[in-house]
Write a protein that binds this ligand. Structure first.
Ligand SMILES: Cc1ncc(COP(=O)(O)O)c(C=O)c1O
Length: 411
């Protein structure tokens, strides 16, 4: 039996695609990019993305090409990508930021026309559908992350089209896994329990402040330190997972660990609770969608599909950075802020900048990703903090869902 096949089978049943178990979504993406992209290939992606993913693309020996995005959800805006860019990219990588779907129907059509692969980063998007079809089944391959769902702190999948690819990717994965350490496995198993203990005992604020003071957090800011000279040096070794590991492992040092039965057993139990988790997310999304802070993209899409089981709800607020700090006082730590956009963060040496960075800059600096599982707490805290909703000052088109007709903004 291939490593992790019980978990992979559980995921394959949900998705209707062949799945390979991975210890993380970042490793899944690396494996997919290595399999289908030759070194030097150019990958179109959104600059509103985790910096870890930028380093995965660089580690695979590829050139990240930053796309214009929708100002309402931070995902690639295919219509705003210049024709000259389309003609010069070799692959597309989606984000499905916070679980809001990319315009996958349009992206898939474009990729098919150009004969290039579409990769779906579905790390935030387990349970998101477009026209009844799950995100993660539109492209050549899709990466999922259990760390973002069911309160796990490890695990992921690579979903692919056929059994032959699956077998090939299992071998690629096995070459990259590092032997498990009992200490690591115990940490992965106990961390979710510790987290819920901290929440249950209302200790989020003191624990977070202590971690900040002790310097045990790997980011001082929303982005990790770039270490540009060292990063430049790594380019000579790319493609290489090992060379880029200091950047790729941030927030998840076991991203390539061959976890033992203890971790995989716990993940299987957690996965069995996935539908409950998604139902609770829908309820939280429904509550947050009714507030003035929610991105209109969410409200319009909810009109057609019902509330989505989002990983985070994109709220658009004034003074976002101040609010992030203030929310800690209310026991809410806001992660997953991807500001500044990757082209501003890394510069032209490491990425090809977007031809129109304005929407990415606006969205990245105004979005407050709200955990739908804490919807009531966050709504109360934002009300008490007199948080003001924000909208771009320059006129921008209303959000356009991928397939359904746009609803009127109503504001
Ligand atoms: C958009 C996105 N993709 C992929 C990942 C990687 O997921 P994992 O932590 O499972 O490697 C993350 C991590 O936060 C992410 O935010």
């Amino acid at each position: 039996m291939p490593y992790g096949s019980r978990l992979a089978t559980m995921m394959a049943r949900r998705l209707g695609r062949e799945c390979v178990y991975m210890p993380s979504a970042r490793l899944a993406l690396y494996v997919a990019l290595r399999r289908w992209c030759r070194p030097g290939a150019r990958v179109l992606m959104s600059p509103v993305n985790d910096d870890v993913i930028l380093f995965v693309v660089l580690a695979a020996g590829l050139r990240p090409v930053q796309a214009p995005v929708s100002v309402w959800d931070g995902n690639i805006d295919p219509a705003a990508v210049p024709e000259s860019t389309w003609r010069n990219v070799d692959a597309v990588l989606t984000t499905n930021l916070y679980g809001m779907p990319d315009r996958v129907v349009e992206l898939r059509r474009r990729c098919e026309e150009l004969g290039i692969p579409l990769f779906e980063d579905a790390a935030h998007a387990i349970g998101t559908h477009v026209d009844g079809q799950p995100i993660g089944t539109f492209g050549k391959a899709a990466a999922f992350s259990l760390s973002k769902h069911v309160a796990a702190t490890a695990g992921g999948f690579l979903a692919v089209e056929d059994a032959r690819s699956r077998r090939e990717l299992e071998l690629l994965r096995d070459d990259l896994l590092v032997p498990r350490r009992l200490r690591g496995d115990l940490a992965v198993t106990l961390r979710p329990l510790a987290r819920s203990g901290v929440r249950g005992l209302h200790l989020v604020r003191p624990v977070w402040r202590t971690m900040q003071r002790l310097g045990v957090l790997e980011r001082d800011d929303f982005r990790m330190a770039l270490h540009a000279p060292r990063l430049s040096g790594c380019a000579r070794e790319a493609p290489s997972l090992a060379a880029y590991e200091p950047w790729i492992r941030v927030d998840l040092h076991g991203f390539r660990a061959r976890h033992g039965a203890l971790v995989r057993g716990q993940l299987a139990v957690r996965m069995a609770g996935l539908d409950d988790d998604l139902a609770r997310r829908r309820a939280g999304v429904s509550l947050l969608s009714g507030t003035a802070w929610t991105s209109p993209a969410l409200r319009d899409r909810a009109t057609y599909d019902g509330p989505r089981p989002l990983f985070r709800v994109p709220l658009l607020v004034r003074d976002r950075d101040v609010l992030v700090e203030r929310l800690v006082r209310h026991g809410v730590v806001s992660g997953y802020v991807y500001d500044p956009p990757l082209d501003d963060y890394a510069g032209a040496e490491f990425v090809e900048p977007s031809p129109d960075p304005s929407a990415a800059r606006w969205f990245a600096s105004h979005v407050l990703p709200a955990d739908p599982l804490l919807a009531r707490k966050i709504t109360n805290a934002l009300t008490r903090e007199l948080a003001a909703p924000s909208r771009p000052s320059v006129p921008v088109p209303a959000p356009v869902p991928d397939t359904a007709p746009p609803a009127p903004l109503g504001q």
